[in-house]
Design a protein. Structure first.
Lengths: 261, 456, 172
């Protein structure tokens, strides 16, 4: 007897969208770095698994200063991009995981025992748009809105304008830990606006609007950031520790951004 | 002595680098079943009922075992040393830590084995749990154990390992200062790269071959034989290749249950723990709670030590009484303290049982003692290295349990460390040896404690 | 599903559920035992193999995703009876103790060296950063990879082959 889900292996993006449908009870296997162990050893038992390896959703293209990155693009393909992406990617897990894990998977990763999805904060800071399908059809929306409402969505691609400058400040981790406890991404857009995104400060990557509003004073912005987050305890850091370090990381990210610009 | 100082290769290096080493999980026997355990989801609960019928009815499930299948369910790891057993192989009436085995299954493959454990219905009645050794002695503390919250079977049925040496009251009366400290090293998981693993193969003649990653093969063989009430010659153990242990593979965690499954299914069975199981319920180094009060003179003599140790054994004793005994015998570290009052308790909590790890019971007290020495040095304003040299173990001194030191090495070791670290020693410490105390190294309070010089 | 992969140069046909991890297929279907099930969560590196030349955690890779791929493991590092320079360096520098992590480290380090990696310890540590060893403390592993990157040569007769002579002397 088969104990696993029904496995669907589309060979084109269109077929992937069709097979995904409304996404009910469907696990999407991107790189598989989170899902494969989960399906094997946990009590997660989806009815269907959609494997995207042959669906052709990988690749990076640029049109007029705007990048579009396919959901199945492995993280190591982003390693040479501008900060905060490059700095963030260099700090995700390790070389081997970065070769397998994907951008789409990173945006869909959920906090279970650790803050997963390191690029979520970076994408928010970049003002990225996420294009996804699912019930109600195709949606293109800002990353922070996608993250807040991403159940049963299949990510197709992510696009953003190249920033004028970017920075990434993070809590370092022991090499045996896969995830950073807390990180802040900062971006100065081409029209001079400052955007901030945080990881490890809520149920998913969060924008820091209060800190952005106070960004001219880096220390004040750090304190203001605490109004934008929902800090929590987990296996690698306490809410208390996150509260003490978030303002520092916001300040550092803004300091770096100033130097970069 | 050709080996001393020679650059000898590891005897197993060639096999290690060329995929030649066969670990237990690499043993390949056709028809081997996968084992999985159903484990307690609670820290502490009463078992109301266990129903294995649905799992037994599953196609591809070849054996389900519980406490009912074990001849002697409760067997202590060191019963042979006079420490009575307290731990059931499978939980029967209560579960006392999260992850405690309640049942186990053997099935055609791993996924099926996982689902079979899920099909076993266990009804629990949750009980309050005790997770902090400091609360174990409170009147309203949850009761972990039928023996109470601490182990009561030290020699003479004492409820603690105690040491009384010299005249502790006089030491504290003579002291210029009392230096106190509390030290609480946390539990440590050994994290061997190879998780706990065992394979058991029935032979036609009725003997069972047990491949085990254990660090203590003949010990485990005795444990299996005792649970089954079998003579040793019905068991053949194959060991010797372990993917890391560090003390974490001393307890017999897998062998008996895997053997039971092989007996019941008449098939070879392999049980390989997941990393989650390794973290959740393989034994750890114990968390310790140590309170020290030292009677100290202002010129740096440690006259006496009062110490209370609470050793967090987790839910069962296993080797903990042995660990606390070692701890007690080493509780002055590398130093001579002539007047002692030590009380060490093996305290039960609803945590995973604890075990050996690299210097069982001794590393904890070394940490406490060395940290405490620094605290004393700060308190009396003395160089901490000189303080160590002054109180270093010497010939003629005796250990906390009264054993004369034959080759005390504190003095030469500190001298060597000081050289390596570029620390300047005083002329007195530089020329000190481990020889029997005399002159300024033999103050009044040590004279009476010294062994008779003529004995040496 | 039925699919083909190449393992250490030999074409193999596999029948497995598509989401079965490559590690499981290698160990349980093909008896290729050097990749180890250390954590099965991608956290330790004991299962690392080369997939089309790139180091990958075989515990995380669904078999359907590597259809047609060229897989290399420790078993394929050198012809039978021989060792690669990296394997020799591993012996010479005592980089294996219990040996359980060794296969994963060797494959990651092989990829590092084949990509032109230098003998710089920081660079080596970046390349091997996802691998855990609980015995060595890593220094000897860095030494071994570093030595192989430099092309150091070793006279293992004073170590491996010489062992028996030496120990005989000890016994007598």
């Amino acid at each position: 007897m088969s104990q696993g889900p029904e496995v669907l292996i589309p060979t084109s993006a269109a077929e992937a969208v069709e097979l995904f449908g409304t996404g009910a009870d469907t696990a999407v296997v991107g790189g598989g770095t989170i899902l494969i162990p989960m399906l094997r050893l946990s009590d997660a038992r989806p009815a269907r698994a959609l494997m995207l390896h042959h669906a052709g959703l990988a690749g990076i293209s640029e049109t007029g200063g705007r990048l579009t990155i396919g959901a199945m693009t492995p993280l190591n393909h982003l390693a040479a991009m501008a900060d905060p992406i490059a700095a963030c990617v260099a700090h995700i897990a390790d070389l081997e995981i970065r070769g397998q894990a994907t951008l789409g998977g990173n945006l869909c990763a959920r906090n279970t025992d650790a803050p997963r999805g390191d690029l979520q904060g970076a994408m928010i800071a970049l003002g990225a748009s996420v294009r996804s399908v699912g019930a109600g059809g195709e949606r293109t929306e800002p990353a922070e809105e996608f993250l807040a409402n991403r159940d049963d969505r299949l990510v197709l691609d992510v696009s953003f304008e190249l920033p004028a400058a970017g920075a990434y400040a993070y809590l370092d981790r022991a090499h045996t830990h896969e995830y950073t406890a807390l990180a802040v991404s900062a971006v100065r857009t081409s029209d001079g606006a400052i955007r901030l995104g945080a990881n490890g400060a809520g149920p998913h990557g969060l924008r820091l609007p209060s800190a952005e509003a106070a960004a001219s004073d880096h220390a004040a912005a750090g304190s203001a950031a605490l109004a934008d987050v929902a800090l929590f305890d987990d296996a690698i850091a306490s809410a208390w520790y996150r509260e003490k370090t978030l303002p520092v990381l916001v300040r550092r990210a803004l300091d770096q951004l100033k130097e970069a610009a | 002595m050709k080996a001393v100082g020679a650059r000898l290769p590891r005897y197993d290096a060639h096999e290690h680098v060329s995929a030649g080493t066969r670990y237990v999980d690499d043993v390949r026997i056709p028809g081997t079943l996968w084992a999985k355990a159903l484990r307690s989801p609670h820290d502490h609960a009463e078992i109301v009922s266990i129903d294995t019928s649905a799992a037994e009815a599953m196609e591809g499930v070849h054996a389900v075992v519980t406490y009912k299948d074990v001849h002697k369910n409760v067997h202590g790891h060191i019963e042979g040393l006079g420490v009575p057993g307290d731990e059931p192989l499978f939980a029967e009436t209560h579960v006392r830590y999260k992850g405690q085995p309640v049942a186990a299954v053997a099935a055609d493959n791993e996924a099926l084995a996982i689902r079979a454990t899920e099909a076993i219905q266990v009804t629990y009645k949750e009980l309050p749990s005790l997770l902090d050794v400091r609360k174990a002695f409170d009147g309203d503390a949850p009761q972990v154990h039928h023996w109470g919250n601490w182990y009561p079977h030290f020699e003479g049925e004492m409820d603690r390992r105690q040491i009384r040496k010299g005249d502790i009251d006089q030491a504290f009366e003579q002291a210029d200062v009392i230096v106190q400290g509390v030290y609480r090293p946390a539990a440590i998981e050994h994290i061997p790269m190879e998780t706990q693993v065992c394979q058991v193969v029935p032979e036609a003649g009725g003997r069972f071959v047990v491949y085990s990653a254990t660090q203590a093969m003949y010990f485990s063989m005795g444990v299996v034989a005792a649970h089954l009430n079998w003579p040793l010659n019905k068991l053949k153990f194959v060991g010797g290749t372990t993917g890391g242990g560090f003390g974490g593979k001393v307890d017999s965690a897998t062998e008996t249950i895997t053997t039971l499954l092989a007996i019941k299914s008449h098939r070879p069975v392999r049980w390989r723990w997941t990393r989650m199981e390794e973290f959740l319920c393989s034994s750890t180094r114990a968390p310790w709670h140590m309170e020290i009060a030292d009677a100290v003179t202002k010129d740096g003599w440690i006259l006496g030590r009062k110490m209370l140790t609470l050793h967090d054994a987790g839910a069962f004793a296993r080797f903990s009484p042995y660990g606390v005994t070692k701890h007690a015998f080493h509780h002055t570290g590398a130093y001579t303290i002539p007047n002692l009052e030590f009380n060490g308790y093996v305290v039960y909590t609803n945590r995973v049982p604890t075990t050996a790890m690299r210097g069982f019971g001794v590393t904890s007290v070394s940490f406490a003692t060395e940290t405490h020495i620094e605290r004393i040095a700060q308190t009396i304003g003395m160089d901490p290295v000189e303080l160590r040299m002054k109180n270093a173990t010497r010939l003629g001194d005796t250990s906390p349990n009264g054993i004369p030191y034959v080759d005390p090495s504190t003095v030469p070791v500190i001298q060597a460390i000081s050289d390596a670290a570029g620390v300047e020693l005083s002329a007195h410490s530089r020329t000190m040896t481990s020889a029997m105390r005399s002159g300024e190294d033999l103050p009044e309070h040590l004279v009476a404690q010294m062994g008779n010089p003529e004995d040496h | 599903m039925s699919l083909n992969i190449t393992v250490n140069g030999a074409s193999r046909t596999v029948n497995a559920e598509p989401l079965t991890p490559l590690l499981h297929v290698l160990r349980e279907e093909l008896d290729v035992l050097s990749p180890k099930a250390g954590c099965q969560n991608g956290g330790c590196g004991t299962c690392t193999v080369l997939v089309d030349g790139e180091p990958r955690r075989s515990c995380l890779l669904p078999i359907a995703a590597v259809e047609g791929a060229e897989i290399r493991t420790v078993e394929g590092l050198a012809p039978p009876g021989q060792l690669s320079p990296l394997q020799e360096a591993w012996i010479h520098h005592y980089a294996a103790q219990c040996g359980f992590c060794t296969g994963g480290f060797l494959m990651a380090a092989t990829a590092y060296l084949e990509n032109g990696g230098s003998d710089d310890h920081t660079e080596i540590a970046k390349a091997l950063g996802g691998h855990v060893c609980r015995c060595t403390g890593y220094v000897k592993i860095l030494d071994a990879v570093s030595a192989a990157a430099r092309g150091d040569s070793f006279d293992l007769t004073t170590t491996a082959a010489g062992l028996h002579t030496t120990l005989k002397g000890v016994d007598q």
